[in-house]
Write a protein that binds this ligand. Structure first.
Ligand code: NDP
Length: 450
């Protein structure tokens, strides 16, 4: 369609060198074709042009001093993308690869994901190119304080409520919350993913991983199947991967892999979850250390990965859960998964499959849950944290998990009903994009040209 080409060309001119952002926009626009044909008023209202331009982009300097007294300067971001449905909501990522393109792709995806939850939350994302690896607790604290010293003036419980993402967990949220409170004098729900002692919600830590498994279970159940007894590949070894593995075990599946920036771990007997948590949540060391306790397992270092993909997707399994980072599953990986009999992919990470890999999944008509639907449990539970903060109540673990399960069921339902409405019942990419877009676009039209 010429308008897709024109939109991408326009973005390339106005926002150069943002390939991940163009990739995310193109994927959404391609899915919208049938909707735009059926409902021309979206084009007439220039909704696409308005949606691809963030409402506000904040970039700032983050200076900090390491334990040796050396000064470091990082770049901080917060992209407030779309507030048609509520306050901007989306995580903060601290990773050396962070740049404007990565944050914009994540912020753009977040708009549709948040819309799919059915809750009142807009889309935003932020972060920094700070590398937390190997930094002491004090260095992390000083960095978080410096980052918040600028961010605090842009956020608030009814305007913009950040959460965690890669490199930002409970420790970092704690340091940032402390600094926000010190600067503003206000104790309020300005961040989610907080410690449960001081305003956090039970199940927030587990929510993205658990939700991603619930989504897979919903896809399988729609065809009378489930996860029980299924061998599963999981990539990543952080927050999302760990709680994906935990829920897979709870539902009777066998998760046999994990991966991190040093390589891929494969344990045919099933990943030992307690040991994985010890290595990654407490000691924060490479997965390679797993072999010291479990020498029967295999570890493939990144340097030995296949040229056209990633070792983790080359093992035989029934289902796959990419939970590390963007573009971590290539076309060759997708073909290997198909050859090995995998028929279910549920994305815990954001945009982990390349567009070519997605094509392979759709062509093979497997159960494929795109990240913006399958990993929405994290942000949905963040919204439950916001509402608990606002009403000064705390829900029990069971209450939040039950709500999360219902929300994931509803998201699956919304995506699959929309996919059916447009004559492609297996295509949840189309279903997720159209269902998310329609909700945001209708709200934008009703709110006028703002
Ligand atoms: P964590 O920082 O807890 O874990 C990330 C994991 O992925 C780590 O094991 C890390 O390796 C690995 N990783 C990160 N970047 C790379 C890379 N470039 N190459 C290889 N490995 C990499 O992050 P999360 O688990 O929170 O996030 C994982 C994914 O899930 C991201 O795509 C995020 O956007 C998405 N997501 C997260 C949500 C949340 O609630 N946290 C919500 C929705 C989506 P190492 O251990 O070596 O650093």
């Amino acid at each position: 369609m010429p308008y897709i080409h024109n939109t991408i060309t326009g973005l390339m001119a106005s926002s150069p060198a943002q390939s991940e952002f163009y990739q995310a926009v193109e994927e959404v626009l391609e899915s919208l074709e049938p909707l735009l044909e059926k409902s021309p008023h979206y084009r007439k209202n220039h909704i696409i042009e308005r949606m691809v331009e963030p409402e506000r982009q904040i970039m700032f300097r983050v200076p900090w001093v390491d334990d040796n007294g050396e000064i470091h300067i990082n770049k901080g971001y917060r992209i407030e993308f779309n507030s048609a449905l509520g306050p901007y909501k989306g995580g903060l990522r601290f990773h050396p690869s962070v740049n404007a393109s990565i944050i914009k792709f994540l912020g753009f995806e977040q708009i549709f994901k948040n819309a799919l939850t059915g809750l009142q939350i807009g889309g935003g994302k932020g972060g920094s190119n700070f590398d937390p690896k190997g930094r002491s607790d004090n260095e992390i604290m000083r960095f978080c304080q410096s980052y918040m010293s600028e961010l605090y003036r842009h956020i608030g419980p009814t305007t913009d409520v950040p959460a965690g993402d890669i490199g930002v967990g409970a420790r970092e949220i704690g340091y940032m919350f402390g600094q926000y409170k010190r600067l503003t004098g206000r104790y309020e729900g300005v961040l989610t993913g907080k410690g449960t002692l001081w305003g956090g919600s039970l199940v927030r830590k587990e929510a993205t991983g658990y939700g991603c498994v619930f989504f897979a279970e919903n896809m399988l159940k729609s065809q009378g199947d489930d996860l029980k007894g299924k061998t599963c590949l999981v990539s990543g070894a952080g927050n999302v991967a760990i709680y994906t593995i935990e829920k897979l075990y709870q539902l009777g599946a066998l998760p046999v892999s994990a991966s991190d920036s040093s390589g891929t771990l494969y344990d045919a007997k099933g990943i030992n979850l307690a040991h994985l948590k010890e290595l990654k949540e407490q000691k924060r060391v490479s997965l390679q250390n797993y072999l010291e306790q479990y020498p029967h397992a295999e570890f493939v270092p990144v340097k030995d990965y296949p040229e056209d993909g990633h070792a983790v997707w080359r093992y035989k399994a029934d289902a796959g859960f990419p939970c590390a980072t963007q573009n971590e599953l290539t076309e060759a990986d997708a073909k290997a998964l198909m050859t090995n009999g995998c028929n279910c992919i549920s994305e815990g990470a954001n945009m982990p499959s390349t567009p070519e890999a997605v094509e392979v999944f759709l062509r093979n008509k497997i159960h494929y849950g795109p990240g913006k639907a399958a990993n929405a449990g994290g942000v949905a539970t963040s919204q439950l944290e916001m509402s608990q903060n606002a009403s000064m109540q705390q829900l029990s673990f069971e209450q939040v998990e039950t709500r999360l399960k219902e929300i994931m069921h509803d998201i699956h339902q919304r995506c699959s009903e929309t996919a059916k409405e447009f004559g492609q019942p297996h295509n949840l990419v189309l279903g997720a994009n159209i269902a998310g877009f329609r909700r945001v676009a209708d709200a934008m039209i009703e709110q006028g040209v703002v």
